[in-house]
Design a protein around this ligand. Structure first.
Ligand SMILES: *[C@@H]1O[C@H](CO)[C@@H](O)[C@H](O)[C@H]1NC(C)=O
Ligand SMILES: *[C@@H]1O[C@H](CO)[C@@H](O)[C@H](O)[C@H]1NC(C)=O
Ligand SMILES: *[C@@H]1O[C@H](CO)[C@@H](O)[C@H](O)[C@H]1NC(C)=O
Ligand SMILES: *[C@@H]1O[C@H](CO)[C@@H](O)[C@H](O)[C@H]1NC(C)=O
Length: 483
């Protein structure tokens, strides 16, 4: 009997929570797991008393679904997704919809879209963010793929997603093919950047201002009431306050060695691939790499010294506010860079992305949720084709208002020997972006001198010329190699 609105395969915590979330919103969900006993366990425990139905085979699951069939995969990214698709294809009919809600790489999603299109099935790759809590009570959802699927899943997706403002869902159609998973990847990269910026602020508070844990907790609580109002600032405040069972603060006991699962790295790789200067996320990834060289750093600390006796003697409260503004300005740069990468990918793959909708999808439900994303949404409402966030009136003013503080923080930090890879790369980007003339004229001359790579004159762009710099070089320009 076809009774279920949607099926979900993969009963790990995320899958179970998404099912319960859909159930809460009135949808009948059919649950399936390769280990069929898991289905029974789930129905007898977490899903007891709900309308959730179980299936003991894929055939059974498919037979219980309304047409067009909607099937969500929440299994490990990679081969497991392809394996399930292969098993499902013979059981489905044209127009049925497979949704991959896992952390798949966007290129895999592009490939699966192409393959399933040939089989007349609809495929959706959806970013899902917000962790287990989000999955249960309202995640940020970023679906992309075959747009014909959207009218059939929109109601379910938007019902279960997080809501902001006057009930606007943090879920909208992102774009064709792998657009949903690409946007999720960039979200994760931005998350790396946001966290590293918070860590650099903490480092300055601890080592330049010699603040204690309670003062830092109070500072983050205060910052949460400013432009920085966000989930990550809020949980940072809670972390500073947290005491271990021995009543001592837990944070100073944690080993300073960061792990990573790879999505930040993939964002940085895409940035290099598409030639977009997403420097802040790149630095955030490298900062984790440097942190993980703990033993090497311990050794180095015995011999490599920093600045001696340069104690901070300025106004501490004023410098703390400077740090806040440096964090805010750097964050603006990071998001500007993230959206630049989205624009470039959209060009590369001919996706038409709705940037304002993306900002709204990230506004609630996910790890980078913040009041700030509401401002980004407003910027794209003013101009949907905004070239750069930095060219929007609100953000250009914000960055310029912060810049004196930002420069003071970086110059003081440098003099005190504090590493600030993201604060400083953000400022370098800002200074580079606002310069009409960069020293790349010399770069071009050097390349032409040693490799006859040619250059353009300012007075005649698009026309490449070569100079016989030494009087002994040839007139032939290089096309055989590029340096
Ligand atoms: C089945 O459920 C377990 C958790 O109970 C989960 O770890 C696994 O990913 C699920 N796998 C599939 C393919 O359904
Ligand atoms: C941070 O601000 C939000 C509202 O914007 C509030 O819900 C939350 O409780 C605040 N958290 C802290 C730790 O102050
Ligand atoms: C490069 O310049 C030198 C000296 O001015 C000249 O002798 C030589 O022919 C030039 N080479 C070419 C390829 O024009
Ligand atoms: C070198 O290139 C210039 C401009 O492209 C051309 O006018 C000139 O005849 C070339 N000289 C030689 C020696 O080929």
């Amino acid at each position: 009997m076809a009774e279920a609105d949607i099926a979900l395969i993969g009963l790990a915590v995320m899958g179970q929570n998404l099912i319960l979330n859909m159930n809460d919103h009135g949808f009948v969900v059919c649950a399936y797991n390769r280990t069929v006993s898991k289905v029974r366990d789930f129905l007898d425990n977490e899903a007891k008393g709900t309308k959730v139905v179980g299936a003991d085979s894929l055939e059974d699951m498919v037979s219980k679904l309304k047409i067009p069939r909607r099937i969500v995969l929440l299994v490990k990214a990679g081969q497991a997704v392809d394996d399930f698709i292969d098993k499902l294809v013979p059981l489905l009919e044209p127009g049925d919809i497979i949704i991959d809600g896992g952390n798949s790489e966007y290129r895999d999603t592009i490939r699966r879209c192409k393959t399933l299109k040939e089989k007349k099935l609809l495929f959706v790759g959806s970013g899902v963010s917000g962790g287990e809590e989000g999955a249960r009570y309202g995640p940020s959802l970023m679906p992309g793929g075959h747009k014909e699927a959207w009218p059939h899943i929109k109601h379910i997706f938007q019902s279960i997603s997080a809501k902001v403002g006057t009930g606007e869902p943090c879920c909208d159609w992102v774009g064709d093919e792998g657009a949903g998973h690409f946007v999720k990847m960039v979200h994760n990269g931005i998350e790396y950047g946001d966290m590293q910026l918070i860590c650099e602020a903490y480092h300055l508070m601890k080592e330049v201002l010699c603040m204690d844990q309670d003062e830092m907790a109070q500072t983050f609580t205060d910052w949460n009431k400013t432009e920085l109002d966000s989930f990550l600032i809020e949980i940072a405040a809670n972390i500073f306050k947290y005491r271990d069972s021995d009543n001592k603060h837990l944070l100073p006991k944690i080993r300073d060695c960061a792990g990573q699962k790879g999505t930040g790295k993939w964002t940085a790789i895409s940035a290099l691939e598409y030639g977009t200067p997403v420097t802040l996320i790149g630095e955030a990834v490298f900062a984790r790499c440097l942190s993980s060289l703990k033993e090497e750093r311990v050794e180095a600390s015995k011999t490599l010294s920093g600045p001696q006796g340069a104690k901070f003697s300025g106004d501490k409260a004023a410098f703390l506010e400077d740090i806040r503004q440096a964090l805010y300005a750097s964050k603006i740069i990071s998001y500007a860079q993230g959206f630049m990468l989205l624009r470039e990918a959209a060009k590369e793959f001919s996706w038409s992305l709705n940037y304002g909708a993306i900002a709204l999808m990230w506004r609630g439900g996910c790890i980078i949720r913040s009041a700030f994303l509401g401002k980004i949404k407003e910027a794209f409402d003013r101009d949907s084709e905004l070239q750069s966030l930095l060219l929007d009136g609100f953000f250009s003013k914000a960055v310029q208002d912060c810049q004196d503080s930002w420069r003071r923080v970086i110059s003081t930090g440098v003099q005190q020997g504090i590493p600030m890879p993201c604060f400083s790369t953000a400022l370098s980007f800002y200074d580079g972006y606002r310069h009409k003339m960069l020293p790349a004229n010399l770069l071009q001359a050097l390349r032409d001198y040693f490799g006859a790579h040619t250059y353009e004159l300012l007075s005649n762009p698009g026309h490449f010329v070569h100079t016989n710099w030494t009087g002994c070089g040839g007139n032939v320009s290089s096309s055989s190699y590029n340096a």
